[in-house]
Design a protein around this ligand. Structure first.
Ligand SMILES: Cc1cc2nc3c(=O)[nH]c(=O)nc-3n(C[C@H](O)[C@H](O)[C@H](O)COP(=O)(O)O)c2cc1C
Length: 214
């Protein structure tokens, strides 16, 4: 079976709109130039993150911004992914129920986030949506990003390293920096496979094979 996660390239899009072009031509960046991200640029990118949609406008997440070189080198070692240490900035996205719990207490409101899976589900989505807003903003400003999902496996180490209190737990890491070369857009399953009109339609074995083969 051919891997869907291979390195096959997508043809460049011909979209006229620059935002659509940005979205269609995006790709994860794993090779960074040594150039530092100017504070003003990073600030805009982070602003785009905290402006993201969030259930009930609660923003139940925190972002740990890591610019310290030795901390980034340590993260790279932990994750077993050397390029993490080459990125000038790493952002650790965490669900943050501590801030919400404290706020609830101070305003004499009930705090129920820890009592249902639904709350976890929404907080998780909020956190990722913010991260993706940051990716798009970063791309727009000539930066490149790559998610690192393996942080989930190093919870105790990260908790210690970044002094995460109870109620704050990592979801994903995002490396950001100036790309050495523009990342090549990867081939994706087409819209006609991913989008179902009005109801779910199961692909035939032949269609399924063709979709992944292509
Ligand atoms: C939640 C998540 C976790 C990921 N974790 C890693 C990772 O640990 N290391 C890595 O090199 N890429 C990681 N990626 C990037 C994916 O490999 C990449 O998005 C995928 O191969 C598609 O390529 P593209 O982003 O260039 O379209 C992750 C992406 C997501 C969304």
């Amino acid at each position: 079976m051919k891997s869907h996660h291979g390195v096959t390239e997508q043809k460049a899009s011909r979209a006229a709109d620059p935002t659509i072009r940005l979205l269609l031509e995006r790709g994860s960046c794993r090779i960074f130039r040594g150039k530092k991200i100017p504070a003003k640029v990073l600030e805009q990118v982070l602003e785009a993150g905290v402006r993201a949609p969030t259930g009930g406008n609660l923003q139940p997440y925190s972002i740990i911004k890591i610019e310290n070189r030795s901390a980034n080198a340590k993260l790279a070692k932990l994750c077993g992914q050397p390029f993490v240490g080459q990125a000038p900035v790493n952002l650790l996205f965490c669900i943050d129920w501590r801030r919400l719990e404290r706020w609830s207490k101070l305003s004499d409101a009930p705090f129920t986030a820890t009592s249902s899976f639904r709350h976890f589900w929404i907080s998780f989505q909020d956190t990722i949506i913010s991260a993706q807003n940051i990716c798009t903003a970063a791309d727009a400003l000539g930066l490149g990003c790559c998610y690192i999902g393996t942080v989930l496996e190093f919870f105790p180490a990260l908790k210690k390293m970044f002094k995460l209190p109870r109620g704050v737990f990592p979801v994903v890491l995002l490396c950001i920096g100036y790309p050495k070369a523009k990342p090549v857009p990867r081939k994706k399953l087409p819209v006609k496979v991913m989008v179902h009109s009005e109801r779910y339609r199961e692909l035939s074995d032949k269609e399924l094979f063709k979709a992944f083969d292509e």
